[in-house]
Ligand binder design. Structure first.
Ligand code: NAD
Ligand code: UDP
Length: 345
């Protein structure tokens, strides 16, 4: 199988209603690991909408079959239940490697498994790319910067990870995944891409997985107090999933760089301000409750996206309040469906 050469930003041309350049290359065969997760499932939907043949792999560790409802209606989609810690096969032109728990409480539940998933899962994805000539994109993370001393964070910053702390299973797991990815490129000529994703949110985020936006929305909608960890003065920068998925597609199809490239929305907000915004937008009667700050919780985080702008022509387009409104709508609809399913109409 010859490695595929697709022009820069093809996906964005498609998205923006421009010429369908993919057609020049025929249907592209794509593997998505972590397909039943929040981002993986949206990525599958987007790739299927563009006319590609998509195979999803997942073991439902943190993902859910309901996220694949749309994809499974498309005959161009197939799904394999599989743990990426064991080798996998198949002829694909492109591999998006997303399989990994992503929520801090969940990835800390079994930290040794988290480290193994990121090392072995990435190794297996890279071995497959080496055997078949596929291009492999690694979904890395802003957590590789740890608790950053440089703000905003550019890709040249090597980070400040406490490698013996409770978050290290994920942070160092992703760092070794990046190392493997660049070594497979240098030593085996594998065609790779690496993106570092900053906090991303939107519909299909697991409301129970403990990540801040879904937790705050769930609490606000139930009228429970919003649990702000620490003083709430720590900052994050939240990107809407649609923008992020667009960035993943652009990165996969660029010829200009292997990465790493930061993908995130530079609109920065404190966690306390986020809690107040969500209370306001849901017209909730919830108060704010303080809880202990988890160890090694980064104090500030905002992506420097100069590279993404220059190399991918990528820019987030959905402001926080717009994305939050859509996410709140989704939570309200889901709660309604759950009530109906439980017979409380
Ligand atoms: P998610 O938990 O919703 O999705 C991850 C998916 O991977 C789940 O469906 C899970 O079941 C699957 N998975 C986990 N271990 C697996 C294994 N051993 N074998 C097969 N499948 C497995 O999380 P997400 O937010 O969609 O994150 C997707 C990717 O993006 C992850 O690699 C994550 O590290 C990265 N990322 C996400 C964010 C974010 O804010 N959402 C930020 C930085 C990086
Ligand atoms: N957070 C919080 N209350 C919660 C969940 C999270 O105050 O119920 C804080 C958390 O301490 C962190 C920020 O929100 O400072 C983002 O947390 P999340 O787990 O979503 O992502 P990450 O820490 O990986 O950026």
């Amino acid at each position: 199988l010859e490695p595929l050469e697709v022009p820069l930003c093809t996906a964005s041309l498609l998205h923006g209603g421009g010429p369908t350049l993919w057609c020049e290359y025929g249907r592209v065969k794509i593997l998505v690991t972590g397909a039943a997760g929040f981002l993986g499932s949206h990525l599958c939907d987007r790739l299927l909408a563009e006319g590609h043949e998509v195979t999803g792999i997942d073991n439902f560790l943190t993902g859910h079959a309901r996220n694949l409802e749309t994809a499974l209606q498309d005959p161009a989609f197939s799904f394999v239940e599989h743990d990426v810690m064991a080798p996998f096969d198949g002829l694909h032109d492109q591999i998006y490697h997303l399989a990994s728990p992503a929520s801090p409480p969940l990835y800390q539940l079994d930290p040794i498994r988290t480290a193994k998933i990121n090392f072995l899962g990435t190794l297996n994805a890279l071995e497959l790319a080496r055997r078949t000539g596929a291009r492999m994109l690694l979904a890395s993370t802003s957590e590789t910067y740890g608790d950053p001393e440089i703000h905003p964070q550019p890709e040249t910053y090597n980070g400040n990870v406490n490698h013996t702390g409770p978050r290290a299973c994920y942070d160092e797991g992703k760092r070794i995944a990046e190392t493997l990815t660049f070594d497979f490129n240098r030593h085996h000529g594998v065609d790779v891409r690496v993106v570092r994703i900053f906090n991303t949110y939107g519909p299909r985020m697991n409301a129970e997985d403990g990540r801040v936006i879904s937790s705050f929305i769930s609490q606000a909608l139930c009228g429970q107090d919003i649990t702000v960890f620490g003083t709430g003065m720590q900052t994050r920068s939240f990107c809407y999933y649609d923008d992020l998925v667009d960035g993943l597609c652009r990165m996969m199809n660029t010829k200009e760089t292997l990465g790493p490239v930061n993908l995130g929305n530079p609109e920065e907000i404190t966690v306390l301000e986020l809690a107040r915004t969500i209370i306001d937008m849901t017209a909730s009667l919830s108060g704010i409750a303080s809880a202990a700050l988890p160890q090694d919780d980064p104090k500030q985080r905002r992506p420097d996206i100069t590279r993404a702008r220059m190399l991918l022509g990528w820019e987030p387009t959905v402001p926080l309040r717009t994305g939050l409104a859509r996410t709140i709508d989704h939570h309200v609809r889901l709660a309604g469906q759950n009530r109906q399913a439980a017979g409380h109409g």
